[in-house]
Ligand binder design. Structure first.
Ligand SMILES: [Zn+2]
Length: 280
């Protein structure tokens, strides 16, 4: 989605005067966060972007059988969530096979079953944090491998600095299939004020207070950071770290929900051009 910009988008102002917006670029094409006056149009938009996030996960190779789920909160009924159908490959998720479920994982709309074991984690986070509108989780190669270390990411690059003091490691009782509500509450507690979690012996989770696009992009980024840190550590040479002060500055400027949303726009445009069946 792109629009001719004649004023700084409100979202950029809120993001903290991000240097990406430059007044001398007025009138040039730049993605703008949409707004909606009707729930139906908003819901359709969210469902399409949720499908886009699933297709992006397929492109990234984030599938592992039926594992992995993405959720977005319904705009009209905040206790309901749209999610991908169980046992459908990320590449085959489309608007017409999405399902809508409540906090308990009961499907209230859609023809497919839900992955209740995984959904309970998302539901607990969404229930505890009303501001979290979207979440992503998958069993990825590098994220899951890194999660076995029970360690946080180090600020080894500007990209990794986006997660500096903005992610947690959830270590207790990890490694079991996360079916219990108790496990869900533990994950939910961990998500206070951060956008990502590394669930030890399990995988990665991201949450967004802005959009499914943001949650999906930061998930892609998190997986990539895990890969990069593993690569660097495999050299046996200690990397030079970004200083805490600079890492904080980078996080504030390039690690926001809005920046995640903005990154995803390039992925979205590519998907729209290549995969029109998303909208089926
Ligand atoms: Zn899982």
């Amino acid at each position: 989605m792109a629009a001719v910009m004649d004023a700084p988008p409100q979202s950029i102002v809120k993001a903290g005067k991000v240097s990406i917006y430059q007044p001398e670029q007025q009138g040039l094409i730049f993605p703008e966060v949409p707004s909606f006056s009707h729930h139906a149009a908003h819901r359709q938009h969210l469902k399409e972007r949720l499908v886009g996030a699933c297709r992006a996960f397929a492109q990234q190779g984030f599938d592992y059988g039926f594992a992995g789920h993405l959720t977005v909160r319904d705009p009209e009924n905040p206790g309901l969530y749209w999610t991908n159908p169980m046992a459908v490959h990320f590449s085959q998720v489309k608007v017409s096979n999405l399902i809508c479920a409540d906090h308990e994982g009961r499907v209230v709309e859609g023809r497919h079953a839900i992955n209740r074991a995984g959904f309970v984690l998302h539901a607990a986070v969404h229930e505890m944090h009303q501001d979290i509108v979207a979440m992503c989780h998958a069993h990825t190669v590098y994220g899951t491998a890194f999660a076995s270390l029970g360690r946080k990411l180090e600020p080894i690059t500007q990209d990794a600095a986006a997660f500096f003091e903005d992610h947690v490691v959830i270590g207790d009782e990890a490694g079991q299939v996360a079916v219990e509500v108790k496990a869900g509450h533990k994950v939910a507690n961990a998500f206070k004020g951060v956008k990502a979690a590394i669930h030890q012996n399990h995988g990665l989770l991201t949450a967004s207070r802005h959009s499914i696009e943001s949650a999906a992009f930061w998930f892609i980024a998190l997986e990539r950071c895990c890969q990069q840190q593993l690569l660097v550590e495999a050299t046996g040479i200690a990397p030079k770290l970004v200083t805490p002060e600079r890492a904080r500055y980078s996080r504030e400027h390039v690690g926001s929900d809005y920046i995640g949303w903005l990154h995803f726009q390039a992925i979205w445009d590519d998907l729209v051009a290549a995969q029109p069946d998303m909208f089926d």
